[in-house]
Ligand binder design. Structure first.
Ligand code: NAD
Length: 354
């Protein structure tokens, strides 16, 4: 494949690591990146190392106001981590402040093959609305997101015609779970003619990455008993710290609303209600509190019932398991886009069919 010129929307915990991992993959050139305050564009290729150094421990992240409804820059957040005069992308020599970071990237999109959307998803239709704005600008290329919530997939499907008309290949839910593990489940299902159950159980140790992944942790908190997306969004940083203290740093989640379910159903693998996602997050240790496992139980053509299991090594980090696959799916998206396949694709659609 020829060189792929890509952009990252949202240089928070995930977006920064995507840029870093792309340095270790062939044929990927980062040409644009933005966060809530700033944008950096260089069609000859960004100096990724400089951008990462400038934003290290200095992420324009933060809680409730992370999504301006017009998709533009949100107001200065309470949770900005900052060690210089400027937060996030603006701290880089290549960055400049802007009120309209996403529109500034859209304005450059003629020369961009793929865009990785690593924006927060605390407002459900934010990412679908961002996709719509790329379509309104007649973008012809790939959009990839790493969103987690099941209900967002339908909102993307509702916009599929608009995306197709523009020539957009949208790969949704393409992180770890959903994403990597959804693809693994689709592969594990191939032994069976009927799938009864898919169990995804993940373990993440985030001590050294906690400060850089607060957006993700906040979204996960919404899955705890007694919390929802609204309450999680409105919690202050202090309230989040308190909740984490109450759990001694270890949060366990059961029956999460993770899009693995609808993504496996729309690929014809099994019913969404037969997919269960849960896991354990430890923000005080880098070691995974439990091994990440995907178990697919089904019946073979010759009547045996079995369970195929896929396990991640405990030494592979969340960042490796989100960003490696996200960039892999991005490349698969580009291959499809160049072949004229437009519309909305989930990770399981890019695996052997069922
Ligand atoms: N599928 C998976 O396995 C998986 C795993 C981890 C995280 N995620 C998802 O990745 C996303 C990002 O998580 P994170 O921990 O990196 O969050 P984060 O808060 O660290 O980063 C979000 C970034 O988006 C930027 N941003 C926010 N609003 C913006 C706006 N209006 N315009 C431009 N930029 C804006 C922020 O400045 C920040 O740079 C979340 O939606 C999370 O759910 C998915």
């Amino acid at each position: 494949m020829d060189d792929v010129r890509f952009a990252v929307l949202g240089t928070g915990g995930i977006g920064r690591r995507t840029l870093e991992v792309s340095q270790h993959k062939d044929g990927l050139t980062a040409v644009a990146a933005c966060d809530r305050n700033g944008v950096a564009v260089d069609h000859g290729g960004l100096d990724v190392e400089e951008l990462l150094d400038a934003t290290e421990g200095n992420i324009a992240s933060g809680p409730a106001d992370d999504v301006a409804t017009d998709g533009g820059a949100a107001a200065a957040p309470e949770g900005v981590k900052q060690h210089g005069e400027q937060a996030g992308v603006v701290a880089s020599d290549q960055g400049r402040p802007t009120e309209t970071p996403i529109d500034d990237v859209i304005a450059e999109s003629d020369a961009i093959d793929a865009v990785l959307v690593a924006l927060p998803n605390l407002e459900h239709d934010f990412i679908p609305r961002v996709a719509e704005r790329f379509a309104e600008a007649d973008y012809e290329g790939v959009l990839v997101d790493v969103l987690k919530r099941s209900r967002v997939i339908g909102m993307l499907d509702d916009r599929e015609e608009t995306l197709k008309e523009s020539g957009i290949t949208f790969v949704c839910g393409a992180g770890a779970t959903p994403g990597f593990l959804t693809g693994a489940a689709a592969l594990a299902a191939q032994s069976f003619v009927e799938v009864e159950e898919v169990e995804i159980w993940w373990g993440v140790g985030l001590k050294s990455g906690y400060e850089d992944n607060r957006g993700t942790v906040r979204e996960d908190i919404a899955h705890l008993d007694g919390y929802d997306i609204e309450t999680a969004r409105e919690m202050s940083e202090a309230e989040i710290e308190e909740l984490i203290d109450d759990h001694d740093g270890v949060l366990e989640f059961n029956d999460m609303e993770h899009a693995d379910d609808v993504l496996l159903e729309r690929a014809g693998i099994c019913d969404a209600e037969d997919v269960h996602v849960g896991g354990v997050l430890d923000v005080r240790s880098d070691e995974k509190p439990t091994t990440t496992t995907v178990s697919v139980t089904g019946t073979t053509f010759d009547g045996e019932t079995g369970t195929n299991t896929f396990q991640l090594d405990d030494v592979t980090s969340m960042e490796a398991n989100v960003n490696g696959p996200a960039l892999g799916y991005l490349k698969a998206g580009v291959r499809n886009n160049r072949a004229g396949h437009y519309g909305v694709f989930g990770p399981a659609d890019l695996m052997p069919g069922f």
